[in-house]
Design a protein around this ligand. Structure first.
Ligand code: AMP
Ligand code: ZN
Length: 290
């Protein structure tokens, strides 16, 4: 672990990883043992490791997997997630876009003239929130790690996305009765450390990246940060954790005054009809005209 100028054995890695997650949960007041946590699991290493750790720490969890319908990649992701849940006897909710929304990500993107990652983002955000809310969960947790958050921060700064910068936090409080709290308990851990944990614990995850993400801006920012990190270990941590220290807490906690209920589904949105409903309507129209 160059950023800590040390090397560790399996037991020390375990202690380190659990400590960092405990610290993230307590520093950011994410949740307590009495809360029900819905863990969004893609089948990748980060979210499976997150779920594994939260169960080991004694939290009440269930998994949520969204089947995106992106060919073999989505089938493999689904299989890895189901196998993991079965191996732990854990509850897993599976939501298939093809079955529930009538089309997978690629078709949704085509019908709405959106980039696939944008359509996928809309579907994931909406379903994460709605399924957590309807299931009575207190909080939704995702597997975003230090590399993800540092890369996102770099992108937001390069484009001076002030709104996104104000809201880029590992814990987004519940600011509306229909919005569930969202947390990222792995934000203190680097991708390499999470991979090491997955291997040490024999967690079988999907190694391939989503085929739609190849060449994405986020991967370019990650690559740039990895180069900086290689030259000067600790850069990513200094960058992202330093940002969090400087962030005014009231910006994150502020309720969004512009939110109103979507005319179709009632979920909070800034437009008359939310992006999710607009996307799903396009699918219905396209299917009706066929
Ligand atoms: P990504 O945007 O693919 O890097 O994923 C970030 C986080 O979102 C993951 O760590 C998961 O917690 C969650 N996630 C991504 N894809 C899915 C999915 N298909 N189903 C459920 N959760 C997902
Ligand atoms: Zn809606």
């Amino acid at each position: 672990m160059p950023r800590h100028n040390t090397a560790v054995c399996k037991d020390c890695l375990d202690t380190y990883i659990l400590d960092q997650v405990r610290r993230a949960i307590s520093d950011q007041r994410m949740f307590s043992l009495s809360d029900r946590v819905l863990v969004a699991v893609s089948g990748g290493k980060d979210s499976l490791v997150l779920w594994d750790i939260l169960m080991r720490l004694g939290y009440q969890t269930a998994g949520l997997h969204i089947q995106q319908g992106i060919g073999d990649y989505s089938d493999h992701s689904h299989q890895k997630t189901v196998a993991f849940a079965q191996s732990r006897g854990a509850e897993l909710i599976v939501h298939s876009l093809k079955e529930e929304e009538g089309a997978g990500v690629l078709e949704l993107a085509e019908l709405s003239n959106r980039a696939p990652c944008s359509a996928c983002g809309v579907m994931k955000r909406y379903n994460f929130n709605k399924i957590a809310l309807n299931g009575g969960f207190d909080v939704l947790a995702t597997g975003h790690n230090l590399d993800d958050e540092a890369a996102r921060l770099l992108g937001n700064i390069l484009h001076w996305q002030d709104d996104y910068l104000a809201k880029q936090s590992p814990a987004l409080p519940k600011t509306h009765e229909k919005l569930v709290k969202k947390v990222k308990p792995l934000y203190r851990l680097a991708e390499r450390e999470i991979t090491a944990y997955a291997i040490a614990h024999g967690i079988d995850y999907i190694i391939e990246e989503c085929p739609m993400s190849i060449g994405s801006k986020l991967l370019i920012y990650k690559d740039a940060l990895n180069r900086l990190e290689a030259e000067s270990p600790g850069t990513k941590q200094f960058f992202y954790l330093g940002f969090l220290e400087r962030q005014p807490p009231e910006a994150i906690a502020a309720a969004d005054e512009n939110l109103k209920a979507c005319e179709r589904c009632g979920q909070p949105t800034t437009a008359a009809i939310c992006s999710y409903c607009r996307l799903v309507e396009r699918v219905k129209i396209a299917h009706e005209t066929l």
